[in-house]
Design a protein around this ligand. Structure first.
Ligand code: B12
Length: 217
């Protein structure tokens, strides 16, 4: 498992997610911060890969739904500790992003990681939460006038909602006012192009890079 220049190994941190041990994970996150590991690295080299392994273990039948839930909860708690350290206080805002998980889908760990990374890059993020219907996204674009709308889907059957939102934005004459980006495990660049989104991001780091490109900053 990878180790940083100052000798920090991510293995115990990843193990604590797999063991669904919130207290140990928080201890290790604080330890990493104390050793000078950046919050971005903790997210991209620790928390993201750990949840990837959780996913694999669920697929192979080693983990069950409660395991996924508890591992997600541990990661969410760690993110709450990292968030204030990632947020670039004093840096002028790069723009506003509205983000949410689409209707029928309650997965939010990935969306939350993306939100954390975007905030850390200097974007102001309005997080709508999970299970957001088409009308909820359209209303939020009207209300918050974001530069970018981000949609997350983890269940294959809910991906279609992304296309419905883009269609509804066109019908409401809002499509030209907002860039649309999509992501989530089953989503691909090909699908993003197919539904007429402006971009696809495979992970939190990608999402931050993509948003910077889209707003030209
Ligand atoms: C944790 C988990 C859960 C937890 C969710 C907890 C939570 N608060 O989110 C719980 C237990 C609640 C759950 C429930 C269910 N789950 Co589930 N779950 C997972 C699991 C194991 C991991 C998801 C995760 O957190 N990944 C880690 C994060 C970091 O990765 P990520 O979400 O992909 O996000 C990254 C990128 O995709 C990207 N990204 C994500 N969103 C966005 C958005 C934008 C704009 C951008 C740019 C990028 C981006 O950046 C993120 C950070 O790197 C996946 C397996 C997997 N391999 O994905 C199954 C999985 C998604 N679940 C699945 C299923 C079937 C279910 C249930 C139906 C199970 C059931 N029988 O009840 C329910 C569905 C409920 C619903 N309607 O949504 C299936 C979906 C199958 C399919 N093809 O559709 C999967 C793939 C498991 C499997 N192999 O079968 N689940």
């Amino acid at each position: 498992m990878s180790a940083t220049d100052n000798g920090f190994s991510y293995a115990p941190l990843i193990d604590s997610v797999l063991n669904q041990d919130d207290a140990r994970l928080l201890e290790l996150v604080k330890d990493a911060l104390g050793k000078g590991v950046s919050p971005e690295d903790i997210v991209t080299s620790g928390l993201q890969p750990a949840m990837g392994i959780v996913g694999e273990k669920y697929s192979t039948g080693e983990f069950f739904v409660p395991d996924m839930l508890l591992a997600s909860r541990a990661v969410s708690r760690a993110l709450a500790v990292l968030k204030p350290r990632l947020s670039s206080a004093g840096v002028p805002s790069r723009g506003r992003v509205v983000i949410g998980t689409v209707f029928g889908d309650i997965h939010d760990v990935g969306k939350n990681l993306v939100t954390t990374m975007l905030e850390g890059t200097g974007f102001q993020v309005v997080d709508l939460g999970i299970n957001i219907p088409v009308s909820g996204f359209v209303k939020a674009v009207e209300e918050h006038k974001p530069d970018i709308l981000g949609m997350s889907a983890l269940v294959t059957t809910t991906m279609v909602v992304m296309a419905e939102v883009i269609k509804a934005l066109k019908e409401a004459d809002l499509r030209s006012r907002v860039k649309v980006i999509v992501g989530g495990a089953p989503v691909t660049k090909h699908y993003a192009d197919y539904i007429g989104a402006d971009g696809y991001g495979a992970n939190g780091g990608d999402a931050a890079k993509l948003c910077r490109e889209l707003v030209g900053k």
